[in-house]
Design a protein around this ligand. Structure first.
Ligand code: AMP
Ligand code: ZN
Length: 667
């Protein structure tokens, strides 16, 4: 037993180090595959020996804990705001105020000001015990379960750390991850997120920590709070935090005068555009902690620190025309064509206008001189109009009423900002976009067929929807641009091979709005075949785990169109998988049909995700929170106390892991 405990500990230690190498240092030394193998081994051991459970184990990074209401926590050390400065003068004034209190030399540390959501982490004996949002500075929300899933936040520290301390930092979403998240949202017809900062702070308040785990968040640290920390200066505390395993960017620099501070600011004003995340200024701090103490705080902010805000890069230029783009889902996006202008190191020619309301609110008109700003957004945005330069001939912008591609009358659903072209099966960009989605890697993964070829095929009138792909002949495609004997054969082979793609991916490939990979999986598992889904009512659909009204309506809308049923039937005739296969169905029963089940705690013989899968495979419905509708709770060890109280109050039965497994005759 002692050996096993040791082995578990060693594995944890090893995985922790790999996490650190990968997420903090950015230097992986083993492959993802090797990492996954080790993680799996640890997961299995932990499931088998629940007595060695540890909330800080690397296995806990995947999340799964649900928080309905975030507990309010009072900060042990208040989280102050920062005073702002915008010029050399402001900084010199600040220095004057300091010199009134401090005799002698003052040195400064300059750091970048990361643009995200501030967080306070509490560590005790080297373990993360609490993560709290800033809130109003006096008290914030306990978001520990969510922060635990952020891989660069160490759950256990290294080296020579103080017994107890708070460390402050910023939870950010680097550009690459932000764009990736948006690509996925656009794929399923959701509106993209506007900017990384709001997305990062929104992520902290998600109820399902497993969802947070999927987001590529990062955490950059900048301040220590506590007693007996063993450091004398701000720079030293950054250095120490780095040694304990925190991610502390090394742009921090010691400056001996405000002149040097200004040099730092000037340098980063340009250089920041090459950083992988957003920054909105520089934070200047008095380096000596003793001097910091002497200076103290105003009601709102420390006297020993000041933020210097970079000027948001803004230019004005002429709006030449407005394009209206039609997306795969029929959503219309207005895009401004601008007189090309330099901004933040690139030439800007286009800017987003978002939607009709935005254009009306800002009264944006063709010919106007408009202010353009570049923030974390994908493309720059228009902030407003310089009305003094409005030309005499200017007329208010009339938003289009008809689709620029197919001339159908546009619709706008209540509560939605976007206009849509409803001509689902007759509007070219929608047709092309949908087929491109169908063949994409995560969907039917048709090798030898790319997005451009799809457009060529549609424009040549060879295909009109994805089912037409399966009737293409070599004779038809050979005359296409850049198509040779070999590539034509590859294409046809790729199409043929896609007939083996499992049902859940085919369902995703159909491109039903809001049906992403996860939703497709849930629907496939629940209904087992396309016919049952096509016949399901909205009411029926919302009973499936994680399917809300919006998705349910989108599914029934899809199948209410006769053309869609026709297309799906053709796919079926061509041999595309529109039902779960026998192998997939093995192990599936109806034993739990009608049961609404909540899972809580840690289990002995199986992992939590295995348990959830068993519930779904046996026809049960998982629910994340206890309500009067809950049939029973499968309770493991360490069930949350609040859940226990609620279960008692609502008189909901608890059953043990063993009782549950007996119920489904699990051997
Ligand atoms: P503000 O929100 O404008 O009052 O600015 C204060 C916030 O800046 C703090 O709450 C931090 O979340 C954030 N911040 C970002 N980077 C730093 C940094 N290097 N040092 C201190 N605060 C920072
Ligand atoms: Zn259209």
């Amino acid at each position: 037993m002692k050996d096993i405990k040791q082995h578990i500990e060693n594995l944890r230690q090893e995985l922790r180090q790999h996490n650190y190498n990968y997420y903090v240092l950015d230097q992986a030394i083993i492959s993802d595959y090797e990492f996954d193998l080790k993680l799996k081994e640890l997961q299995e051991l932990e499931a088998k020996y629940p007595e060695f459970f540890d909330a800080n184990s690397p296995t806990q990074r995947v999340g799964g804990e649900i928080t309905k209401n975030f507990e309010t926590v009072i900060h042990e050390y208040r989280m102050y705001s920062l005073d702002n400065s915008y010029s050399q003068e402001d900084l010199l004034d600040w220095e004057k105020r300091i010199k009134k209190i401090i005799d002698g030399d003052v040195e400064y540390t300059c750091e970048l000001k990361y643009d995200g959501a501030s967080i306070s982490l509490t560590y005790e004996n080297g373990k993360l015990i609490k993560a709290v949002t800033r809130g109003d500075g006096v008290q914030g929300d306990n978001v520990t379960a969510n922060v635990r899933t952020i891989k660069s936040v160490p759950l256990e520290l290294k080296g020579d750390f103080p017994e107890r301390f708070d460390i402050r930092g910023e939870i950010i979403l680097p550009f690459v991850g932000f764009h990736k998240m948006n690509e996925e949202r656009i794929e399923i017809g959701e509106e993209p997120y506007r900017n990384p900062r709001n997305t990062a702070s929104g992520s902290l308040k998600l109820q399902d920590s497993a969802e947070v785990a999927k987001r590529p968040l990062d955490c950059l640290l900048y301040n220590l709070e506590g007693t007996n920390l063993g450091v004398d200066t701000q720079l030293e505390s950054l250095e120490k935090a780095r040694q304990w395993g925190f991610k502390v960017p090394n742009a921090a620099q010691l400056c001996h005068s405000i002149d040097e501070v200004l040099e730092y600011i000037n340098y980063w004003n340009e250089a920041r555009h090459k950083l992988p995340y957003e920054t909105d200024g520089v934070v200047v701090k008095v380096n000596s902690l003793q001097q910091q103490e002497e200076l103290g705080y105003t009601a709102k902010a420390p006297r020993w620190a000041i933020a210097y805000k970079f000027k948001a890069e803004q230019v004005s230029t002429r709006l030449n025309s407005i394009d209206y783009q039609v997306g795969r889902t029929g959503a219309i996006t207005p895009v401004a064509n601008l007189e090309p202008v330099e901004l933040g190191g690139t030439t800007v020619k286009r800017a987003s206008l978002h939607n009709a309301d935005q254009i009306e609110k800002l009264d944006i008109r063709i010919g106007d001189e408009v202010y353009v700003e570049k923030g974390g957004e994908i493309i720059p945005k228009i902030l407003g109009v310089d009305f003094s330069k409005r030309p005499m001939w200017s007329v208010p912008t009339n938003y289009i009423t008809h689709c620029p591609e197919c001339n159908a009358l546009l619709v706008r659903q209540e509560g939605e900002a976007q206009h849509y072209c409803p001509n689902y099966n007759g509007c070219k960009p929608q047709i092309i976009g949908r087929i491109q989605h169908f063949i994409s890697r995560k969907a039917m993964d048709i090798e030898g067929l790319g997005g451009e070829t799809v457009a060529l095929l549609v424009n040549a009138g060879l295909i009109n929807n994805y089912s037409d792909l399966y009737e293409l002949t070599k004779g038809q495609i050979l005359p296409l641009e850049r198509m040779a004997e070999k590539s034509a054969e590859n294409l046809l082979r790729g199409i043929e091979q896609s007939k083996t793609i499992p049902f859940e991916r085919v369902l995703y490939a159909l491109g039903i709005r809001y049906v992403g990979e996860t939703v497709a999986k849930k629907l496939a598992r629940h209904y087992k075949g396309i016919d049952a889904i096509a016949h399901a009512s909205e009411e029926d659909l919302v009973h499936v785990d994680e399917i809300g009204e919006k998705i349910a309506k989108s599914v029934t809308d899809f199948f209410s169109l006769p053309e869609n049923n026709l297309i799906v039937n053709r796919l079926k005739e061509f041999g595309v998988q529109l039902e779960m296969s026998k192998e997939q169905l093995a192990g599936q029963t109806d034993k739990l049909r009608g049961d609404i089940i909540v899972v809580s705690g840690v289990f002995e013989t199986i992992t939590r995700s295995e348990l959830k899968k068993l519930i779904e495979d046996n026809g049960g419905k998982l629910s994340s929170s206890i309500s009067s509708k809950t049939s029973y709770i499968v309770a493991g060890v360490n069930m949350g106390p609040s859940k226990k109280v609620k279960a008692e109050k609502l008189n909901i039965k608890l059953i043990s892991e063993k009782e549950f497994l007996n119920k489904i005759d699990f051997q």
